[in-house]
Unconditional design. Structure first.
Length: 220
């Protein structure tokens, strides 16, 4: 009996387990294929949704409160669904409201906001013409904001001119009729939209002996 003989029966040698290639019926393979297919389908759907567009109205020229909004004043732009809250704007594939007018200033090239449309009865503004001698700054244009100031006329009884007072602030310019020609020096008429509550003060100042000045609001 040798030194290595322990008296124990010989055990069969261990055989390494061989990995089997999964068959097409293997559940793990089927689950993996399903996940890949679902991912591809979802990505394809997302790309198609991002590329979809809807027609939305665009204002051709700057529009002021009270101006009629008709198809001839609008263009159509195709807007992608992604990144834009289309509920805020008027879609071109739906009819416009009858006799719609602008309730606020809408700049040229701007998508037409649904909140900017309404009826004439919703407006508490009235256009008033103010004659201004000479030329006005180019910033006084349709859609801009201006303040009105009144300067009483100086009389012989007063050595110093009366202090000007502010009549109204941040009024919207509805129209500007400027003198024509390079050397024109006539009177410019500015149509401003005055709240009904301020009409008495503005009209009284225009009828009084003095001057009403139109002052542009910077940045408007």
């Amino acid at each position: 009996m040798s030194a290595l003989d322990t008296g124990l029966p010989d055990l069969p040698a261990a055989v390494a387990a061989r990995l089997r290639r999964p068959g097409w019926r293997d559940p793990r393979l089927l689950v993996g294929v399903a996940l890949v297919a679902a991912s591809v389908a979802l990505g394809s759907w997302g790309l198609r949704a991002a590329e979809r567009t809807v027609p939305v109205f665009v204002v051709r020229e700057t529009t002021v409160p009270g101006a009629t909004i008709g198809r001839d004043a609008l263009a159509v732009a195709d807007v992608r669904l992604s990144g834009v809250d289309l509920a805020r704007y008027v879609r071109a594939d739906a009819p416009l409201p009858v006799d719609a007018v602008a309730l606020r200033v809408v700049e040229a090239g701007e998508l037409l906001p649904a909140a900017a449309l309404g009826s004439a009865g919703d407006l508490a503004l009235r256009p008033v013409g103010v004659a201004v001698p000479g030329r006005l700054p180019g910033s006084v244009r349709v859609g801009a904001r201006v303040d009105l100031w009144f300067s009483p006329a100086t009389t012989a009884a007063h050595d110093e001119p009366a202090r000007p007072s502010q009549l109204a602030t941040a009024l919207t310019v509805a129209e500007v009729d400027r003198p024509q020609g390079a050397f024109a020096t006539g009177t410019t008429t500015v149509q401003v939209l005055v709240p009904v509550a301020q009409l008495p003060d503005v009209l009284a100042a225009l009828a009084a002996d003095g001057r009403v000045d139109v002052v542009a609001v910077p940045g408007s």
